[in-house]
Ligand binder design. Structure first.
Ligand SMILES: [Zn+2]
Length: 125
Protein backbone atom coordinates (compact mmCIF):
# COMPACT_ATOMS: atom_id res chain seq x y z
CA UNK A 1 0.00 0.00 0.00
CA UNK A 2 2.28 2.64 -1.23
CA UNK A 3 -0.42 5.04 -2.11
CA UNK A 4 1.39 8.09 -3.24
CA UNK A 5 -0.38 10.81 -1.41
CA UNK A 6 0.13 14.25 -2.79
CA UNK A 7 1.04 16.60 -0.05
CA UNK A 8 -1.29 19.47 0.20
CA UNK A 9 0.62 22.42 1.54
CA UNK A 10 -0.65 23.62 4.82
CA UNK A 11 -1.74 27.22 4.83
CA UNK A 12 0.64 27.86 7.67
CA UNK A 13 3.68 26.97 5.57
CA UNK A 14 2.86 29.64 3.05
CA UNK A 15 2.24 32.10 5.81
CA UNK A 16 5.42 31.02 7.53
CA UNK A 17 7.51 31.40 4.42
CA UNK A 18 6.03 34.81 3.66
CA UNK A 19 6.80 35.90 7.20
CA UNK A 20 10.32 34.60 6.96
CA UNK A 21 10.89 36.50 3.72
CA UNK A 22 9.55 39.69 5.26
CA UNK A 23 11.87 39.23 8.23
CA UNK A 24 14.85 38.70 5.91
CA UNK A 25 14.02 41.87 3.96
CA UNK A 26 13.75 43.82 7.21
CA UNK A 27 17.15 42.55 8.31
CA UNK A 28 18.74 43.44 4.98
CA UNK A 29 17.30 46.95 5.18
CA UNK A 30 19.05 47.42 8.52
CA UNK A 31 22.51 46.37 7.36
CA UNK A 32 25.24 48.97 7.60
CA UNK A 33 28.32 49.54 5.48
CA UNK A 34 29.59 46.47 3.72
CA UNK A 35 32.13 45.29 1.26
CA UNK A 36 33.42 41.98 -0.11
CA UNK A 37 36.89 40.71 0.50
CA UNK A 38 39.30 38.87 2.74
CA UNK A 39 42.02 40.33 4.92
CA UNK A 40 45.50 38.91 5.04
CA UNK A 41 48.69 39.83 6.87
CA UNK A 42 52.03 40.31 5.27
CA UNK A 43 55.50 40.43 6.74
CA UNK A 44 58.11 41.90 4.48
CA UNK A 45 61.81 42.60 4.12
CA UNK A 46 62.97 46.04 3.05
CA UNK A 47 65.87 47.37 1.03
CA UNK A 48 67.79 48.94 3.92
CA UNK A 49 71.16 47.27 4.46
CA UNK A 50 71.74 45.78 7.91
CA UNK A 51 68.06 46.22 8.80
CA UNK A 52 66.59 43.94 11.46
CA UNK A 53 64.55 42.26 8.73
CA UNK A 54 67.79 40.74 7.50
CA UNK A 55 69.10 39.74 10.92
CA UNK A 56 69.52 36.16 11.94
CA UNK A 57 66.84 35.25 12.77
CA UNK A 58 65.11 37.88 10.61
CA UNK A 59 62.62 40.22 12.19
CA UNK A 60 60.48 41.10 9.25
CA UNK A 61 58.43 44.27 9.00
CA UNK A 62 54.76 44.06 9.55
CA UNK A 63 52.18 43.01 9.66
CA UNK A 64 50.81 44.93 6.73
CA UNK A 65 47.19 44.23 6.05
CA UNK A 66 45.90 43.51 2.61
CA UNK A 67 42.35 43.34 1.42
CA UNK A 68 41.67 41.11 -1.56
CA UNK A 69 38.43 40.77 -3.42
CA UNK A 70 36.97 39.88 -6.77
CA UNK A 71 34.43 42.14 -8.36
CA UNK A 72 32.99 41.73 -11.82
CA UNK A 73 35.43 38.89 -12.34
CA UNK A 74 38.43 41.09 -11.65
CA UNK A 75 40.68 40.60 -8.68
CA UNK A 76 41.75 43.55 -6.55
CA UNK A 77 44.17 43.98 -3.70
CA UNK A 78 44.33 47.04 -1.47
CA UNK A 79 46.38 47.77 1.59
CA UNK A 80 44.55 48.67 4.77
CA UNK A 81 45.95 50.93 7.45
CA UNK A 82 45.80 49.60 11.01
CA UNK A 83 43.45 52.38 12.07
CA UNK A 84 40.93 51.24 9.45
CA UNK A 85 41.06 47.56 10.35
CA UNK A 86 38.07 47.57 12.66
CA UNK A 87 35.87 49.30 10.11
CA UNK A 88 36.93 46.99 7.33
CA UNK A 89 36.39 43.90 9.46
CA UNK A 90 32.87 45.11 10.26
CA UNK A 91 32.17 45.76 6.58
CA UNK A 92 33.41 42.30 5.64
CA UNK A 93 31.23 40.68 8.29
CA UNK A 94 28.22 42.68 7.12
CA UNK A 95 28.84 41.57 3.56
CA UNK A 96 28.94 37.93 4.64
CA UNK A 97 25.70 38.50 6.54
CA UNK A 98 24.10 39.94 3.40
CA UNK A 99 25.16 36.90 1.40
CA UNK A 100 23.67 34.58 4.01
CA UNK A 101 20.42 36.55 4.08
CA UNK A 102 20.19 36.54 0.29
CA UNK A 103 20.66 32.77 0.31
CA UNK A 104 17.89 32.40 2.88
CA UNK A 105 15.65 34.71 0.90
CA UNK A 106 16.18 32.78 -2.33
CA UNK A 107 15.64 29.43 -0.62
CA UNK A 108 12.45 30.64 1.02
CA UNK A 109 11.25 32.13 -2.27
CA UNK A 110 11.82 28.88 -4.13
CA UNK A 111 10.00 26.95 -1.42
CA UNK A 112 7.13 29.42 -1.46
CA UNK A 113 6.82 29.30 -5.23
CA UNK A 114 6.82 25.50 -5.20
CA UNK A 115 4.18 25.45 -2.52
CA UNK A 116 1.95 27.76 -4.47
CA UNK A 117 2.33 25.99 -7.77
CA UNK A 118 1.88 22.55 -6.20
CA UNK A 119 -1.03 23.83 -4.19
CA UNK A 120 -4.72 23.74 -4.77
CA UNK A 121 -5.67 23.30 -8.42
CA UNK A 122 -6.84 26.49 -9.98
CA UNK A 123 -10.13 26.40 -8.21
CA UNK A 124 -12.93 28.72 -9.07
CA UNK A 125 -13.02 30.29 -5.70
ZN1 LIG B 1 63.97 46.11 6.96
Amino acid sequence: MSARHTERPAMSSETELTRRIDAIKAQIAKLGELRPGTLSQQYNTCGTPNCRCKADPPQRHGPRYQLSYTRHRRGHTESVRPEHLDDVRTQLATYRRLQALIDEWVDASIALDRLRRAGAPAATS
